[in-house]
Each structure stands twice: as C-alpha cells, then as structure tokens.
Design a protein. Sequence first.
Length: 232
Amino acid sequence: MNINLSGLVVIVGNYGSGKTEVSINLAVYCKRAGLNVGIADLDLVNPYFRTREARFTLTDLGIKVILPPEQYLQADLPVLSPTIAGMIRDSGDLMILDVGGDDAGAKVLSALADAFRGKKVHMLQVVNPLRPQTSTVSGCVSMRHEIEKAAQLTITGLIGNANLIDETSAEDIYSGYEFVQTVSQSSGLPLEFITVSLELLPKIDMKRFSCAVLPIARQLVPPWLKVSEFKN
C-alpha cells in the first residue's frame, strides 16, 4: 500500500512525537515516487533536531529545502523565512511544512493565514503512543484541539509513529498501530500511515497493517551516532 499525499501537507504533533523525522523521510519517500517535493522548516521553537540539520542530504536528493536566512540557521530565534508564504501559494506536487511541537509551535501557522486562504491543506498529527502526552486517546484528542486552536487550521488525518528510538520492538509497532487505529475510530480522522525504522523492518509482519508504512532512516541523531542511509 502506497502513501498518496499531494499539495500542502502540514506535519504537527507534540514534543517528542518524532514529527521532524517523519517529515524528512516522507519528503524522501515522495521524491522517489516521482513527485516534485519541497519541505519547509517551520520549527521556530525547538533549537534541536530540526529539518535544517538534514538540509544537505535532502538537497542532494533533489528536494527543495526552505529555511530561515543563512545567518539565522543556528540561532535560537523565531525567524520565519519570507519565501514560505510564496511557496505555500505555489506548492507544486507536494510541499511539506514541518511545524514545531505542541500548540506553541503551531502558532506560526496562524501567521500564514493569508497564504493558506483558498488552499486545501492536509494537516496531519503525528502520534507516538509511547510518549506520556499521547499515551491515551483523551491525551491525543486534547493535543489535537490545542494545536488546531493555535494553528487556526483543522487536523485532517493521523500518522502513527510508535517508537522508543533504538529500544523499539516489533511489539511496540503492533500495539502502537492498534492504539492509533483506536484514536482514528474515536476521532473520525483517517490513519494515513504508520512508521517503522529500517533496522526493525525485517522483523515486522506487514500483513498486520491495513494502512501504508513509511520506512524511517534516522537522520536526526546525536553527534556521536551515524545517520541511517536511505534505501533505494
């Protein structure tokens, strides 16, 4: 089963949900599927693990990366690139917006209301059930409402991203999938896809899922670890 997304795709979620890793890998997946892909770093809150850390890898793959001005790339400052609004209006095949965590990070979207006007926006909430804030259905719903209020946009779908980084097991993936299915049924939001790391993928029985699976090659790692290579 393939991931079928196009136009404007906004990735949101709570801190620690893994939304930036999802955004980066989704961009690569869709680029290899033949789409003209762009990705914008809209994380103006968290100075760590942002899309900009993978900018060279993404650019080498032919993905357009939109970042704050060069002089502010490593600054812990809320800098919004003036090119973002233009790219939203002319999104091409697929434009992914990687947004900061929680409602605080989502506030940047309200500042782009004029650019979003008249555009169809897919805003997807990344759910990691192995994080305290989203370990219950009520927690996921609460996070959804907080983000929607701050963003002034409506969440249209879910992404299941059950992981404990290197400690993730196959059972974590299976139970995480079942949990996000429950959230989907409770909220009425479709489950667009779930994620599985490349390292864990050989141990996973794909027949247990009724949705698409996005393989994750980890790009956002501490300096002493090596990033995973994207598989062709």
